[in-house]
Every structure is written in C-alpha cells, then in structure tokens.
Design a protein around this ligand. Structure first.
Ligand code: FMN
Length: 369
C-alpha cells in the first residue's frame, strides 16, 4: 500500500534516509536499510576530502545546525561501502558534490559504477557555499545537470535550496537538462541560537539549519515546484512523523527524505514512520501513495483568488473548561470574551482573522461563513 515509484525506482515505502553522517559509510547505510527505509542516500562524496571542523553539529528540541563538510571517505573507498549496502538489499542513491560540471560527472559515474541506483547532486549546502549556494543559479544548474545526465545511465535528481530567489526556475532548468527529479530542500543558512551568558553562538560560524524549523519552508518549496514544473519531487525538511510525510505528499511529493529525526531519535524512527503511514492510509481508505499525492495542492489558492467573504469565529463544545485562556490572549481584535468558564465571541468585533482557531489546543473554535 505504501509502495511508491520514484525516479523509476520501485520503493517499498516513500521514506528515504537523506545524505548526512547517519549514512556516512556502508555500515550506517545498512542500519538505515534494516530500519525499513525505502531508499538511502549516501553522505555527499567529494573529490578532495577535507578535515572536519570541531564542534560541527548543535541541536535543540526543534532541530539542528551543522557545518559538517561532506563525506570523509575518498571516492574510491565508496566502492566497498556501497557494496555493503547493496548486499543488504537497499536502494542506494549516491550523493555527489562539486563546484564544476565535469567534476560532478566524474564522481557520479564512479558512484554509478559502484552500484548506485540513482544519483543526487548536492549543490545546496549553505555551510560550505556561503551566501550563494550553487543551486541558486538556474543556468549553472542546467549545465551541471546536463553534464551528469550525459555521463550516467541511472536517474539523476538534483537537491535544491530554499536559499534562492525562485526555486521553481531552478527546478525548470533541471528538467530542461534531463534531470529525472528534484529533492527540496537542503538545510537553510542560519544560527541556531546564542548562549547569552558566554555570548557564544551555538557554532562559531553560520551553518545549515534542519529539522522542525525548516518544515514550513520545505513544504512551501515543494508546493511551488509542484504547481510549476511537472517533475518527480522528493520533499525534505523536518520530517519526523507519518503526518509530516503526508503533508509533503499532499503538496505534490512522491517521496520524502528524513535526516535530523534519524540523527536525534535513532534509526528506529524510520520503521515507526513507515508503520504509522501504512495505518493512516488503511484507516483513510487509500490504496497507494499516488492517490494521496497532491491532494492539498487543490486547496491552495493564489492570494488574488482568496475570497474576502465575511467570516466570524464561533465556539463549539461549550462551556469550555480548559481555562487555558489561549483564545482570549491571542485575539488582537478584542472579540473573545471570557466569563465564568465560558468563552463567547462578539460577532461585531470579530474580523475573521482565524488566529484563535489555530491557538485553541482543543480546536473548539471554528470560522463560519
Ligand atoms: C549533520 C548534517 C549533515 C548533513 N550532510 C549532508 C550531506 O552530506 N549532503 C547533503 O546533501 N545534505 C546533507 N545534510 C542535509 C540533509 O540531508 C537534509 O537535507 C536536511 O538536514 C533537511 O532535512 P531534515 O530536517 O530531515 O534533517 C546534512 C544535514 C545535517 C543535519
């Protein structure tokens, strides 16, 4: 039921473990495969391995910041690592990273020869590439994709960045160059936080933010591409549950990648998401991922299409005994009144902004037309 076809590959489920140190070698890839992943992406392979800076990964309850710079295994070493993953029965996507089309094509053809089922071009790392990631230039992406596509027979996917003006233009360039799909998004340039007692930022330079912080950005990127370009899409950013995976699928993704959740919760999170996804689909009567794909896109409107009809909040399930006051506090229009364990909405004051319907933890408020 949760099988999906992505890049022409038959995945047993749409959960792909993304590029990162959790997939740093063959042993780690096998852990992802045994945990139930539909496919795995290797940590990005480069021509010149660099010494890692220390420390390089910070995290909090919502996500992480990293300045980890690619795989520390030389390209030739990946022959052995990929063989381990293939022997474990996994679908392996080889991630490669470089600054020039010919270097990318060289690395991609080696990864293909070692047994990778597809290639992902990682040209969107905000930690390494500073203010302008390579993937922010459609013309450069066209040249890079074209060169790699002409050098390998396996499908080529390009990992895009939210750190760009128009992600759809880049996706169009990838499609025009023969790319089989795009994945979006890579981490987003940021600083996780500052320790105000020591005046030290989480890491001592800018890095890539991942996890829950970037899910809204990933969702918007996937929706934008899905509305503009007809190309297979893999959603990335802050997936840690079946609900999150479904959000991406409903906005047009055929598969999703999971990174930070594996790093923070362990490989078992993959099996849990897969089981929860299967249960959800069964309960809701879906037979395939394809039936769910894009369902929320139909409910997306452009700003101009939004109707300015009069709408006011109403409260259901009264009297409200939760005493959280959340609706009252957030109502900047002074329309919510609290009186003796009851909540009422003054229809003359309510302007229908909708904020209280999201703020109420029990979802007791509705907007009514
Ligand atoms: C520590 C760390 C290392 C990463 N290394 C790579 C990498 O080698 N290549 C790559 O394309 N993306 C890399 N990423 C980005 C992830 O694959 C993923 O795109 C990003 O973290 C967003 O997904 P998430 O919120 O599920 O983690 C890395 C992320 C983290 C946190």
């Amino acid at each position: 039921m949760v099988k999906t076809n992505f890049l022409g590959l038959e995945l047993k489920n749409p959960l792909i473990v993304s590029a990162g140190p959790w997939n740093r070698d063959g042993g780690a890839l096998v852990k992802s495969i045994n945990a139930g992943a539909g496919a795995v992406v290797t940590e990005s392979v480069v021509s010149d391995t660099l010494l890692d800076v220390r420390p390089r990964i910070a995290c909090d309850d919502k996500g992480a910041q990293n300045i980890r710079l690619y795989s520390d295994i030389q390209i030739e070493g990946w022959e052995r690592e990929i063989a381990l993953a293939k022997n474990a029965g996994g679908i392996v996507i080889g991630s490669v990273s470089a600054q020039t089309p010919s270097e990318l094509a060289y690395l991609a053809s080696k990864m293909e020869r070692y047994g990778c089922d597809a290639i992902e071009l990682s040209v969107s790392n905000p930690a390494m590439e500073s203010l302008e990631v390579v993937a922010s230039h459609p013309d450069v992406m066209y040249e890079m994709t074209k060169e790699v596509v002409s050098s390998v027979k396996v499908p080529v996917m390009v990992k895009l960045s939210q750190n760009t003006t128009n992600i759809a233009t880049v996706a169009k360039a990838v499609k025009a160059a023969g790319g089989a799909g795009v994945s979006a998004i890579n981490t987003v340039r940021g600083i996780l936080g500052v320790d105000i007692e020591t005046a030290k930022p989480a890491l001592s330079t800018y890095g890539g933010i991942s996890g829950e912080y970037i899910r809204p950005l990933g969702l918007a990127s996937v929706a934008t591409i899905a509305q503009t370009v007809d190309i297979p899409l893999c959603g990335i950013g802050g997936v840690s549950s079946a609900e999150n995976a479904l959000e991406y699928i409903m906005l047009g993704a055929s598969a999703v990648q999971v990174g930070t959740a594996v790093m923070r919760e362990g490989y078992e999170v993959i099996g849990k998401i897969a089981r929860d996804l299967e249960n959800w689909m069964e309960i809701h009567g879906y037979d395939s991922v394809e039936q769910v794909r894009g369902k929320a896109l139909r409910n997306m409107k452009s700003f101009d299409e939004m109707k300015f009809e009069p709408a006011v909040s109403t409260v259901e399930d009264m009297p409200c005994v939760d005493e959280c006051n959340r609706c009252y506090t957030v109502c900047v229009y002074d329309a919510i009144k609290m009186n003796e364990n009851n909540v009422t909405v003054d229809k003359n004051e309510c302007s229908g902004c909708g904020l209280c319907t999201f703020a109420c933890p029990a979802r007791k408020l509705r907007l009514k037309w």
